[in-house]
Design a protein around this ligand. Structure first.
Ligand code: PRP
Ligand code: URA
Length: 206
């Protein structure tokens, strides 16, 4: 199933804190980071690992180690808030950046920056907290694929049904990990009930 809802009680507790309009940027960043850790743990369950012999202080046994490269691509600006938890979990991760900004009236995303490594043979996470119309995510995943990625997973905090449909139609079969599938979009293309403008709440730019 391409849409994966992370419904762990702690994930839902953190999401409620993010939705709360009285949550200030410092707490917002902290909750965003903790929730991203939970989403990313689920989103990387499919990464390859292999057996490795390991000697404990007691005896030699068999363990498993990661055997596939990982990459993460945050979509600027709000996606930057999801980068640090990934780097903490996976210190060897390769990081690429994509800058996209929605036009306020049309919600069509304009690309203003892209710096991506070769993503061939890397399990690649595209991180962007809000999947609203899906235009930004669809563009970002196209750019990621154009840099060689064969396995791309989308990680977002909140998704709207419109965004899920758009991303699935642009990239059939893509796995989407999120803490919530919300009701839909309002006339300004914001997610309802959503949590407002993620970038503004993360960086205090109201
Ligand atoms: C937000 C968000 C996504 C995009 C989602 O970015 O971070 O990138 O909107 O909307 P969509 O699914 O309709 O494309 P925004 O353009 O507001 O830029 P920002 O992150 O710099 O605030
Ligand atoms: N971007 C946001 O930050 N919030 C939304 O609800 C939609 C797009």
């Amino acid at each position: 199933m391409p849409l994966h809802l992370v419904d762990h009680p702690l994930a839902q507790h953190l999401l409620t804190g993010l939705r709360d309009k009285s949550t200030q940027p410092q707490s917002f960043r902290s909750m965003s980071s903790s929730l991203t850790t939970m989403l990313v743990l689920e989103a990387t369950k499919g990464i390859a690992s292999e057996e490795r012999s390991v000697t404990t202080p007691i005896k030699t046994t068999t363990g498993r180690v990661l055997s596939e490269g990982l990459a993460v691509v945050p979509v600027l600006r709000a996606g930057l808030g999801m980068l640090e938890p990934v780097v903490q979990l996976f210190p060897d991760v390769a990081v690429g950046y994509i800058g996209l900004e929605r036009n306020e009236s049309t919600a069509i995303a304009r690309s203003y920056y892209s710096k991506l490594p070769d993503l061939t043979n890397r399990y690649t996470l595209c991180v962007d907290p809000m999947l609203a119309t899906g235009g930004s995510a669809a563009q970002a995943v196209s750019l990621i694929k154009a840099h060689g990625a064969q396995k791309v997973v989308m990680v977002c905090v909140v998704a709207a049904p419109e965004g899920v449909a758009k991303l699935e139609s642009a990239h059939p079969g893509i796995d989407i990990f999120t803490a919530s599938l919300d009701e839909g979009l309002n006339e300004k293309f914001y997610i309802v009930p959503g949590l407002g403008d993620y970038g503004d709440r993360l960086y205090g730019t109201f």
